[in-house]
Design a protein around this ligand. Sequence first.
Ligand code: SF4
Ligand code: MG
Length: 335
Amino acid sequence: DRTLLEVEDLRVEFHTRDGVAKAINGVSFDLHQGETLAILGESGSGKSVTAQAVMGILDTPPAFVTGGTVNYCGTDLLTLDERVMQTVRGAEISMIFQDALSSLNPVFSVGWQIAEMFRIHRGLNRRDAEERAIRLMERVRIPAARERVHNYPHQFSGGMRQRIMIAMAIALDPHVLIADEPTTALDVTVQAQIMDLLKELQDESRMGLILITHDLGVVADVADRIAVMYAGRLVEKAEVFDLYRDPAHPYTLGLLESIPRLDQQGERLNAIGGLPPNLTRIPPGCPFHPRCRFATDICRHDDPALLEVAPQRRVACHHYDQVLGQNLLVVDQQR
Ligand code: SF4
Ligand code: MG
């Protein structure tokens, strides 16, 4: 399938009172038509900043893109000026966020807000734009869309508001949709429904979908590939099945071990101890070493590169060969 997006060696810094925070430190990935890539990591790992850099919505200053390229269908988006980027956002690459309530305007009806996409970007008149809004509300499965088109955001549940955000994001038929923690604020049942909806919409439109999450459990069923981020870099990239079955990076292993399992009583078994580093003071060597149970001397001074260890499989760890096979052991011991 056609490659839509190619991010190459992306680097972003934040200038803070504490010093320079290396928020993104050489991140590369690509996204194909009809594919779902999950970007996984704890908060502060750089997932959202990566998405914001792609969308050209970083706060500048204090955020600076200091290197890399973001190729979208052959154009480096980082070289476009803001006026041109405004025509890319929404129409080519679109984004939804965690908090639908604060993204929607409380004083306008949802139908008006969706219809605005068509009035502004497609030049439709009020009536036609509203008709398109109703059809779009139906497409994201909002029941009784025609009756509810004049309702206000607060009259909808959290899940329905997120559907409205999705409707606005896909209004102009973008080729890429970036969803940043789209279900984090929702309860588990609604989370699953929103994920199903994204998957359905993607099947219909062949969009490329980037799913940003801290929760491995959310993406297992929907992602094709997973990129795991830690301290502003990618530490593992793999196809979803390989990554779940046999993670190669200790951090990925830790994330997997922290998912509650059906066969496991009570508390999560093995949440990763410690905290992600302050990005103004990333530890030397492998940035994960203070939290890593596989760490040895080399890890404290040698920063491991992201190397291809198998087809479609990259990992940045000196000891990945010792990590492979570990998750299988954990599962076996629990039986
Ligand atoms: Fe752990 Fe060393 Fe691998 Fe880093 S390089 S993840 S510290 S084993
Ligand atoms: Mg975030």
